[in-house]
Design a protein around this ligand. Structure first.
Ligand SMILES: [Zn+2]
Length: 409
């Protein structure tokens, strides 16, 4: 970084120390972290962040536990910057935490140089971004924006604890669900730094990525029903093998999405019900996840896949049913914020590219309600994500903090 520039004040040591100290909260034996939504560990991580902030900051915690810190909450308009602190089971040290720590660093540098930005920044830390505990994502940011539903609040965790009770146990009092918990009109723009969670940047040797859009899934639970038979006594031509049919369907999913620009389709699991070595399996279920950053090609691949499923079932004389679980709209991030990040990163002479985000993030909710939103990605080494082995490069962390300093100045 150039001396004399505010970005030269970015301290990689300070960022690394904070990431290490956060990792110690909920650290697992493998060196990963488990900090589930509304758990004690998540709460302790929030307390840690507060303990690191200058006492001059004005801190506000909303009714569902989201955390906002600013030099002053008096300004008419603010730029929100931050991410989340919860994790999946045995997740990595960077997912969420990096975006929070980079935002803290940017605010630290701005106060060190006594900057007075037009829209003073507010550090925003959201509860429950991961769906690991309640099966639904971005609880905190959706709640902040009034996007949670009654159904969301009654979703339960692995121990049948509903979300509303987990919130109460963590000390919060959610009230009117449809109302934002924060003053949305004050938010001029929102920025988030996050680890990519894929291998696009790492393969390209880019140091940063600028997110243009956030892919959203259509999801199904697929059930293939054939006939249970004895594996020794039933000749091949008399079978109605659900597992063999499902195998063909999994390959069909891959074929349907291959070579369709911007669409990915995945079968990430499969269950052979009452499967055994000596049985022709009669019932198989598997989930199907199709994503894109634009709706039309996603719809086309979806229709193609469903048609292939029907053909395979037809040919084999068995039945297939598809239960829709989710249909979310992809989000295009505002060109205003995307271009701002682009010119900033370009000016810092950092190798970068624009790319869509494969995963959902708190950022998408801000864009959904019309707040111009920008996201920076740092590379995931070897694409590893949601794992103790999640890593990025020190220069990428430093570059992301420098970019955020400039964007907020
Ligand atoms: Zn995350």
């Amino acid at each position: 970084m150039n001396d004399g520039e505010p970005t030269s004040l970015v301290s990689l040591d300070r960022i690394t120390r904070r990431l290490d100290e956060l990792l110690d909260i909920g650290r697992t034996e493998d060196g990963g972290v488990t900090r589930l939504a509304y758990s004690d560990a998540e709460t302790r991580a929030f307390e840690y962040v507060q303990s690191e902030l200058p006492t001059t900051y004005d801190v506000q915690i909303d009714s569902i536990g989201n955390f906002f810190a600013s030099v002053s909450h008096e300004a008419d308009q603010t730029t929100l910057i931050g991410s989340h602190l919860d994790s999946v089971f045995n997740g990595g040290r960077l997912d969420g935490a990096l975006g929070v720590v980079v935002a803290m660093e940017a605010l630290d540098v701005l106060s060190e140089i006594d900057a007075s930005p037009r829209h003073p920044p507010t550090l925003a830390v959201f509860r429950g971004e991961e769906s690991a505990r309640f099966g639904h994502h971005t609880i905190g940011s959706r709640g902040a924006l009034g996007l949670l539903t009654v159904d969301d609040f009654s979703r339960t965790d692995q121990n049948d604890v509903p979300l509303w009770l987990a919130m109460q146990r963590a000390g919060f009092r959610p009230s009117d669900l449809s109302e934002p918990t924060i003053c949305v009109e004050r938010i001029q723009q929102f920025f988030e730094t996050h680890i990519e969670q894929g291998r696009v940047l790492d393969e390209a040797d880019d140091v940063l990525g600028i997110v243009t859009s956030i892919r959203a899934p259509v999801r199904y639970e697929v059930t293939v029903t054939g006939t249970y038979d004895h594996s020794g006594a039933t000749p091949m031509n008399l079978r109605s093998d659900a597992l063999a049919a499902a195998g063909e369907m999994v390959t069909a999913v891959e074929n349907a999405a291959t070579d369709v620009e911007g669409v990915v389709a995945t079968v990430g699991d499969i269950t052979a019900h009452e499967g055994a070595i000596n049985t022709v399996c009669g019932k198989v279920t598997f989930p199907l996840d199709i994503r894109s950053d634009t709706i039309n090609p996603r719809d086309a691949v979806e229709a193609d896949i469903l048609e292939r499923f029907a053909d395979i079932a037809d040919c084999r004389g068995l039945s297939v049913s598809t239960d829709e679980l989710d249909r979310s709209k992809p989000v295009s991030l505002s060109s205003q914020t995307v271009d701002k990040l682009d010119s900033t990163v370009y000016a810092l002479d950092i190798p970068y590219q624009r790319l869509p985000s494969g995963g959902g993030h708190d950022a998408m909710n801000f864009q959904k309600v019309g707040i111009p939103t920008g996201m920076l990605f740092v590379p995931s080494v070897d694409g590893i994500s949601h794992s103790p082995y999640e890593k990025t490069y020190p220069e990428a962390i430093e570059a992301s903090a420098a970019a955020m300093v400039r964007v907020l100045s």
